[in-house]
Write a protein that binds this ligand. Structure first.
Ligand code: PEP
Length: 253
């Protein structure tokens, strides 16, 4: 069955004390809310993984993720962090191919295939990001653009591997801009991506893949976005840094 997922992407924010405070608040709020059928994931910077995992403990439905992993298993790659290391810290999710990584660190579709392989090999669930810049949306070629990102990065995986991947559609023009895609725009793209996945991997598999929306989602618009049949949750940036906002989004299904 398709999972409902809300993943918070802290990006390069919060010092140790602030990260611990945010995590403790989320843990306490989620315990009170007793949320059953939604998976919440915290994706802090690498250095916060261990303390955040300790605070998460065995909180039901709350998991640890990372914002990135290396495309290599181990070795002389100064400054890199492998998927195996993340798994050993108790991470179960990893964001791959965020548009900021694609843009600022020049991560290509081919490199992202290697990162996704590393994640899968180490038992992590990749949250694979895709999405178009504004000029592509304005030229109305967004659907072809995003489909191509999936084709080039993911279409050589086996159906078994593909079934373990979560997709996050994040229109770049909506990330951190306060300009959310409308729920109809999100639904249209999510449905198109599901059809695209079905064309390669079959309808049943595509129907079971979670496709998250990301881009200025907040407690005020999450309910409307999540009400759409092909929107299975969200990847949340700015609003994931405020405990109450994040938990309200988790409750928005
Ligand atoms: C993101 O960084 O993945 C994101 C969706 O950011 P924001 O929610 O701040 O737009």
């Amino acid at each position: 069955m398709r999972k409902k997922i809300v993943a918070g992407n802290w990006k390069m924010n919060l010092n140790l004390e602030e990260g611990q405070k945010l995590t403790s608040e989320i843990v306490n709020m989620l315990k009170d809310e007793n949320i059953k059928d939604v998976i919440a994931v915290l994706n802090p910077p690498f250095v916060h993984l261990y303390p955040v995992k300790k605070l998460i403990g065995d909180t039901p439905n709350l998991f640890l993720g990372s914002q990135n992993c290396s495309d290599k298993a181990s070795g002389a790659f100064t400054g890199e962090t492998s998927a195996g290391m993340l798994a050993s810290f108790g991470a179960t999710y990893v964001i791959i191919g965020h548009s900021e990584r694609r843009e600022y660190f020049k991560e290509s579709n081919q490199l992202l295939t290697e990162k996704t392989k590393q994640a899968l090999t180490n038992g992590l669930t990749p949250i694979f990001c895709c999405g178009e810049p504004l000029n592509i949306r304005e030229a109305e070629s967004h659907e072809a653009y995003v489909k191509q990102q999936l084709t080039e990065s993911l279409f050589d995986f086996s159906p078994e591997e593909m079934s373990k991947i979560v997709i996050a559609y994040e229109p770049i023009w909506a990330i951190g801009t306060g300009r959310t895609a409308s729920s109809d725009q999100a639904q249209e793209m999510h449905a198109a991506l599901r059809t695209h996945l079905a064309s390669k991997f079959g309808q049943e598999l595509a129907d079971n893949i979670s496709i998250l929306y990301g881009g200025s989602a907040n407690p005020g618009n999450a309910k409307e976005l999540f009400s759409k049949p092909d929107v299975d949750g969200g990847l949340i940036g700015g609003a994931s840094l405020k405990s109450r906002d994040f938990v309200e989004i988790v409750k928005s299904f």
